[in-house]
Ligand binder design. Structure first.
Ligand code: ATP
Length: 291
C-alpha cells in the first residue's frame, strides 16, 4: 500500500458548558459533540523522506503551521518512522468556523498513517497521543457522538442524533481564543442541562434534545456578531426543530427531521449566504478510511 484516502469529519456541539477557568489557562468544559457528514478529504502518499503538504484552501498554511503537518510529525517521531509523506488536503469544512476543521484533519492524518505505515496503534493510544495537538483531536479520532469533559479529552461515547443538519457560516472570522477570553465564567446566565440532553439522547427523545440545545459561548459571539442571532431566527423560521451556534462560532446549525424542510431552509439561506451545507449527522460507524 502506497497511499490511503481518509475523511476528516466536522462536528457540531449539541451543548457546550464551561465549568471553570483552570490555572494553566485552559477551560474545564462539559459538552456533547456530534459528528456530521461534512468532511475534508485527505490523501496520504508515501515518499522517501520529509513532509510535504498541499491543499486547495488558501486560508490554511501548507507548512508546519498546519495541524495536519504537526500530526504527521508526531506520528513519525513517536513511532520512529524513517519514511516521508505527501499530504493533500481537499478542504470542504469552512475554516475557523467552530466545526473542528483543523482537529479533524489532524485526526484523519493520524488514523491514515497508522494504517499506511502498519503501526498497529490502538484507537485509545492515538487518542492519548493526539491531545498534544489540540483538545478536540481525541474526539475526532473517536468519531460519532460523545460527552466530552476535562478540557475536552475525557470522552464517553454516546448514541447521537440521526437527523438532517443545515449549517450556515456567515462571512466573518471568529477566533476561539478571543471568545473564551471574553467569557465571564463566573457570570454565565444559562448553563446547558447536559444530563437531561444525555438522557433524552439515550431515549431517542429528539424533541427534548432540540429544546435543550445550549452553548454558553453563543451569547459572547452573538454580542460581537449579531448576525449569529439573525441566522438562528431564520433557521427556526424555516422550520428547524432547534438551532444553535457550534463551538465558538460563528457557524449556526439547524436540526431537521424532515429532508424536504431541510432542503427548503438550505435553498432559502443560500440566496443570502454563501457558505451553506446540508448534511446528515454521522454515527462513526462507517470506519475510518472511506475511499
Ligand atoms: P474548533 O471548532 O476546534 O475551535 P474551528 O473550526 O473553529 O476549530 P479551524 O477550522 O480548526 O477552527 O481553524 C482554526 C485555525 O487553525 C485557523 O486559523 C487555521 O488557519 C488554522 N489551521 C491550521 N491547520 C488547519 C487545517 N488543517 N484546517 C483548518 N484550519 C487549520
Amino acid at each position: 500500500m502506497n497511499e490511503i484516502k481518509v475523511r476528516g469529519r466536522a462536528k457540531i456541539n449539541l451543548s457546550l458548558d464551561v465549568l471553570r477557568r483552570k490555572e494553566d489557562g485552559y477551560h474545564e468544559v462539559k459538552m456533547i459533540m456530534q459528528q456530521i457528514d461534512l468532511y475534508d478529504e485527505i490523501l496520504l502518499e508515501s515518499r522517501e523522506n520529509g513532509i510535504l503538504l498541499e491543499t486547495n484552501c488558501e486560508f490554511i498554511p501548507n507548512n508546519e503551521g498546519n495541524i495536519a503537518y504537526k500530526a504527521a510529525k508526531l506520528m513519525m517521531d513517536t513511532f520512529h518512522i524513517d519514511k516521508g509523506i505527501q499530504i493533500y488536503i481537499h478542504k470542504n469544512i469552512p475554516v475557523a468556523a467552530g466545526l473542528a476543521g483543523g482537529s479533524t484533519d489532524a485526526a484523519a492524518v493520524m488514523i491514515g498513517l497508522n494504517k499506511l505505515w502498519k503501526i498497529g496503534a490502538t484507537k485509545k493510544e492515538l487518542m492519548d497521543l493526539s491531545i498534544q495537538l489540540g483538545a478536540d483531536v481525541p474526539f475526532c479520532i473517536l468519531e460519532g457522538a460523545a460527552l466530552a469533559e476535562g478540557i475536552g479529552e475525557k470522552l464517553t461515547s454516546i448514541e447521537g442524533l440521526d437527523q438532517w443538519v443545515v449549517l450556515c457560516k456567515p462571512n466573518i472570522s471568529v477566533s476561539t481564543a478571543s471568545v473564551y477570553k471574553a467569557l465571564d465564567v463566573n457570570h454565565i446566565e444559562k448553563h446547558p442541562e447536559t444530563d437531561k440532553i444525555l438522557k433524552a439522547l439515550e431515549n431517542k427523545d429528539v424533541q427534548t434534545v432540540v429544546e435543550n440545545l445550549c452553548n454558553v459561548l453563543e451569547p459572547v459571539t452573538e454580542g460581537m456578531h449579531p448576525i449569529v442571532r439573525d441566522i438562528k431566527r431564520k433557521m427556526v423560521a424555516y422550520h428547524a426543530l432547534g438551532s444553535l451556534m457550534s463551538g465558538s462560532g460563528p457557524t449556526v446549525f439547524g436540526i431537521y427531521k424532515d429532508y424536504t424542510k431541510a432542503k427548503n431552509a438550505y435553498e432559502n439561506l443560500s440566496k443570502v449566504y454563501n457558505q451553506i451545507y446540508l448534511v446528515k449527522t454521522y454515527d462513526g460507524k462507517d470506519g475510518y478510511a472511506n475511499e
